[in-house]
Design a protein around this ligand. Structure first.
Ligand code: ADP
Ligand code: MG
Length: 398
């Protein structure tokens, strides 16, 4: 069985106590691109063993330790096997909120690592090539269905899978599955009960192919904004949420109430972390830049506070941005979290790479206290009924 897989290389967690779980942080260094090679740039990042990386730049000389370092020659398959993502999938099936997010400057390999080379283009590749190129998300989806098939032989209670996909762009939330219906959506909820995006389209899916189709369409729908940096999606945060629901009535309880357990697997491809030069941005462009910075800056503030043993007990400003509200459970909350920090090895990226590694270095000190939340079936049904009524009121086609 794959649960006891030795591929959980960064398990078990250090001496945090049984009910704590540190945010896991892995680093992926992409190969030099053509431009960097043509300019004969020096590689300033060097892996040392599985866990450390040194920066030997013009201005800095530093060594960092992370859970795993993926050097330039690492394959998509290796990243899948050794990143710890399987543990996230397994725990999401067991009812935890499991989050994987990719952080790094534009062009550092976030989308390549999460989806595959060229993002949505991957789905148009020849089947054999595609399987090889698939990034973490399609591989995790494949693994999820494989595990659910295995589980369905042990238990008779079915799993239900619900998917939503949205992006935060300019501090506005847009639906990536159903873009026509999306004005900017609102976030509801609280730090205590969790936040959610109101009226975000959610669809039940039954097969892996259905889920991959949603991923493909969502990628195609990601905002296209002209921008001085190469990547059109470099300024939006994309969030795919896969909810795994199981009826657990009778499991260790004497209550006759029907209970469900809802795990969640969340993937976030963050906007580029680079500082946008103000001279490039005018008028509308300027507000976009500021707002993107607002979500990323707040994420940075929250990570800093949470990684500091003293500040962590105080106020964490989750509410200050859309992104941090939606990631509140994942950072310092009740979920489990994996961060993938993507960096270029080229000397021209020294400052951005160093900034990414420092950021990642703080994130690894964040402690979560994972718990499984259950809900009575009645609550779930009532909530769904409310949602249906609301959709009818708003004349959505059902
Ligand atoms: P980001 O999403 O961070 O802006 P991308 O994932 O789009 O960056 O990567 C930029 C370019 O570099 C793409 O052409 C991508 O295919 C390529 N690339 C990124 N990481 C790797 C890698 N590990 N191996 C080969 N090519 C990569
Ligand atoms: Mg990208």
């Amino acid at each position: 069985s794959s649960t006891g897989d030795s591929a959980y290389r960064n398990d078990p967690p250090e001496d945090l106590g049984p009910d704590k779980d540190r945010v896991r942080v892995v680093v992926r260094v992409r190969p030099m691109n053509n431009r960097e090679l043509e300019r004969n740039e020096r590689s300033i990042l060097h892996g040392e063993g599985e866990n450390s990386v040194t920066v030997q730049g013009a201005q800095h000389n530093r060594r960092f330790t992370f859970d795993t370092i993926f050097a330039i020659e690492s394959t998509q398959e290796e990243v899948f096997h050794y990143s710890g993502i399987k543990r996230l999938v397994d725990m999401s099936i067991d009812g935890y909120i499991a989050t994987c997010f990719a952080y790094g400057q534009t062009g550092s390999g976030k989308t390549h690592t999460m989806i595959g080379p060229g993002g949505a283009n991957i789905f148009r590749m020849d089947e054999n090539v595609r399987i090889k190129c698939f990034g973490l998300v399609p591989r995790a989806i494949n693994y999820l269905f494989q595990r659910l098939r295995e589980k369905s032989q042990e238990t008779t209670t079915p799993y239900y899978i619900r998917v939503s996909y949205c992006e935060i762009y300019n501090e506005q939330i847009h639906d990536l599955i159903n873009p026509a219906h999306s004005q900017s959506l609102q976030i509801r909820g609280s730090v205590e009960d969790g936040f959610y995006v109101e009226n975000l389209f959610q669809t039940y899916i039954e097969t892996m192919d259905e889920l991959l189709t949603i991923l493909e369409e969502g990628e195609l729908n990601r905002a296209m904004a002209s921008h001085n940096l190469n990547d059109t999606s470099s300024r939006s945060h994309a969030m795919l949420s896969i909810q795994i629901e199981q009826d657990i009535s009778g499991e260790g309880t004497t209550s006759t109430e029907q209970m469900t357990r809802q795990g969640k697997l969340i993937f976030v491809d963050l906007a580029g972390s680079e500082k946008v030069k103000v001279s490039l941005s005018k008028g509308k462009q300027l507000t976009e830049t500021n707002n993107i910075n607002k979500s990323l800056l707040t994420l940075g503030t929250c990570i800093s506070a949470l990684s500091d043993p003293v500040k962590r007990a105080g106020h964490i400003p989750y509410r200050d941005s859309k992104l941090t509200r939606l990631l509140a459970e994942s950072l310092g909350g009740h979920g489990i979290t994996l961060m993938i920090a993507c960096v270029s090895p080229a000397s021209s990226c020294e400052n951005e790479s160093l900034s990414t590694l420092r950021y990642a270095n703080r994130a690894k000190n964040i402690e979560n206290a994972p718990i499984v939340k259950t809900d009575s079936k009645e609550n779930v049904i009532n909530r769904l009924k409310r949602e249906v009524r609301k959709l009818k009121d708003e004349n959505y086609e059902l």
